[in-house]
Design a protein. Structure first.
Length: 419
C-alpha cells in the first residue's frame, strides 16, 4: 500500500503524556496528529488517583527499601505482589531497581526528580491559566497519614528534602487531623498537611479536555495501532497494524506501558515494565472525603473526584497480558475500611491500570539513536499525570532542537544498557 503524504508531527498514544506533548508541539508551531489505537485516555491516564504530586521528589528506590519487599510480599493486604508466572522476567528490572536504591544513585535520582517536579509545577501553573482546563484542576490539600510515631520518624528525612526544595506543609496532631478529615479511625496521631495540594477533578475528563483543546487548536486525532517504526531520510515511517503506514517528519512514542515494542522495532532495548495498580471508585456518598489522603504505611490513597471517591494504589508485577486480579482492589477497600470505619464499600467500580515503569522510577525523555526524528516520552510510573506538562515542554524542545529546560542525561532510554 502507498504512503499518504508525510505528516509533520505524529504523537503515538492518546494518554496524558501524548496529549501534553501534542499541546506543546502545537504551541511550537508544529502541525500535530495524535495516533491512538482505541480512544483518548484509554490507558493508565483514565483511572489514576488524579493527584498532582509535585512534592513527590524522593524516588521510590531508596536505601533499605529492598529489605522491606519480603514482608510486603508475604502480607495479603500488603502494597506489593508479583504474579508467579511473570516473576522470572523481572530479574533485570529488579537488579537495576536495587542499584537505583544505593545511596549515591538515590541522591542523584532525587536531584533529577526534584528538577523535573519544579518544571512540572511551573508548567501546570501555565496550564491552569487556560480557560478550557482551569476548572479541572482543584486545590483540596493533602493529608499524609502515619500509623505510628516510628513510621512518622522514619519518613522525616523525606520531608526535610521536600522542605529544602521549597514545598510548604506542617505537622498536625490528632485534633487537627479530625478537623481536616472527620471520620478517620482514631489511630492516627501524626500527619503532614500540605494546604497547597492540587489534584484534577477526574483524570479521564482532564485528559479528554486536554485532547479537546488540542483539536480546537488544529490538531487531528487518528485511530490506528502502530506496530513498528522505521527511519526514513525525511523523518520516520509508522507501520500500522492494518497494513497501512504513515510517514512523518517527527514521531513521538508516548504509548505508556506499551512503548517498549515500538522502541524495539527500531532495534532499541528499553528496560520498561509495568507496575499494575488497582482502585475502586465509590459513590460520593460512600464517605465524606474532604481532601487527598495518603495512607503512607499502607501505600494507598483516597481521592475525592467529580463523581465519587477513589481508593487504591498498590503495585502488582504481572506484565501487560495477564488478566486483572481484582482481589487486589477488594483488599485495598478492606484496608481503607479499617482506617475510614464509616466507608460504604458497596456499589464501586473497579479498575486496573498499567503504570509504565523504569527501574529508577524516572521517565524516558530522549531521542532515538536509530532514528533521530523519533522521540521517546514514556516510563512515568506513578507520576505521569504530574509530570505530563513538563514532559510536553521537554519533548517540544527536543523536536525544535532547542536546549532542554533541564538536563536530560539521566532520562536517556539506554541508561541501563551499561554504556
Ligand atoms: C492506580 C494508579 C494510580 C495512579 N495515580 C497517579 C496520580 O495520582 N498522579 C500521577 O501523576 N500519576 C498517577 N498514576 C500514573 C499515571 O496514571 C501514569 O504515569 C500516566 O497515566 C501515564 O500516561 P501515558 O500517557 O504515558 O500512558 P497511558 O495513559 O497508558 O496512555 C498510553 C496510550 O497509548 C495508546 N497506545 C498504546 N500502544 C499503542 C499503539 N501501538 N498505537 C497507538 N496507540 C497506542 C493506549 O491505548 C493509551 O491510550 C497512577 C497510575 C495508576 C495505575
Amino acid at each position: 500500500m502507498k504512503d499518504e503524504p508525510a505528516l509533520d508531527a505524529v504523537v503515538i498514544g492518546g494518554g496524558i503524556i501524548g496529549c501534553m506533548a501534542g499541546r506543546y508541539l502545537l504551541a511550537a508551531g508544529r502541525t500535530v496528529t495524535i495516533l491512538e489505537r482505541s480512544a483518548i485516555a484509554a490507558g493508565s491516564s483514565a483511572g489514576n488517583a488524579g493527584i498532582l504530586a509535585f512534592p513527590e521528589i524522593v524516588p521510590i528506590p531508596s536505601p533499605g527499601i529492598i529489605w522491606k519487599a519480603p514482608g510486603w510480599l508475604l502480607d495479603p493486604l500488603g502494597p506489593l505482589s508479583i504474579r508467579p508466572s511473570y516473576a522470572p522476567r523481572l530479574a533485570p528490572w529488579f537488579w537495576h531497581f536495587w542499584r537505583a536504591s544505593a545511596r549515591v544513585n538515590f541522591e542523584r535520582g532525587h536531584q533529577v526528580q526534584a528538577e523535573l517536579m519544579r518544571l512540572a509545577e511551573a508548567e501546570y501553573a501555565m496550564i491552569r491559566k487556560d480557560a478550557r482546563l482551569t476548572s479541572f484542576i482543584v486545590n483540596t490539600g493533602t493529608l499524609d497519614l502515619y500509623d505510628t510515631e516510628q513510621s512518622f520518624r522514619a519518613a522525616a528525612p523525606g520531608w526535610v528534602k521536600k522542605r529544602e526544595a521549597g514545598f510548604d506543609f506542617h505537622r498536625v496532631g490528632r485534633s487537627e487531623i479530625e478537623a481536616l478529615q472527620p471520620g478517620l479511625a482514631p489511630c492516627f496521631e501524626h500527619a503532614i498537611y500540605s494546604e497547597d495540594g492540587l489534584q484534577v477533578s477526574d483524570p479521564a475528563d482532564f485528559t479528554r479536555a486536554v485532547a479537546d483543546s488540542l483539536m480546537q487548536d488544529g490538531a487531528t486525532l487518528r485511530i490506528g495501532e502502530a506496530s513498528a517504526i522505521e527511519p526514513t531520510e525525511a523523518g520516520a515511517r509508522i507501520r500500522l497494524a492494518d497494513g497501512r503506514s504513515i510517514a512523518a517528519r517527527t514521531v513521538i512514542v508516548a504509548c505508556g506501558a506499551w512503548s517498549k515494542r515500538l522502541a524495539g522495532s527500531l532495534g532499541e532495548t528499553v528496560l520498561l515494565d509495568t507496575e499494575r495498580g488497582y482502585n475502586t471508585t465509590l459513590p460520593a456518598s460512600a464517605f465524606p472525603l474532604q481532601r487527598q489522603l495518603y495512607f503512607n504505611d499502607h501505600s494507598f490513597v483516597a481521592t475525592p473526584l467529580r463523581d465519587g471517591i477513589r481508593v487504591g494504589g498498590a503495585v502488582e508485577f504481572g506484565g501487560l497480558d495477564l488478566p486483572a486480579n481484582f482481589k487486589r482492589a477488594d483488599m485495598l477497600l478492606k484496608l481503607a475500611k479499617r482506617f475510614m470505619p464509616g466507608l460504604e464499600t458497596e456499589g464501586g467500580r473497579q479498575w486496573m491500570g498499567f503504570r509504565p515503569s523504569m527501574p529508577d522510577c524516572l521517565p524516558v525523555i530522549d531521542r532515538s539513536k536509530a532514528a533521530p526524528n523519533v522521540l521517546y516520552a514514556f516510563g512515568h510510573g506513578h507520576l505521569g499525570l504530574t509530570q505530563s506538562a513538563a514532559t510536553g515542554r521537554l519533548i517540544a524542545e527536543l523536536a525544535m532542537q532547542n536546549k532542554p529546560s533541564i538536563n536530560l542525561e539521566n532520562l536517556r532510554f539506554d541508561r541501563f544498557s551499561g554504556r
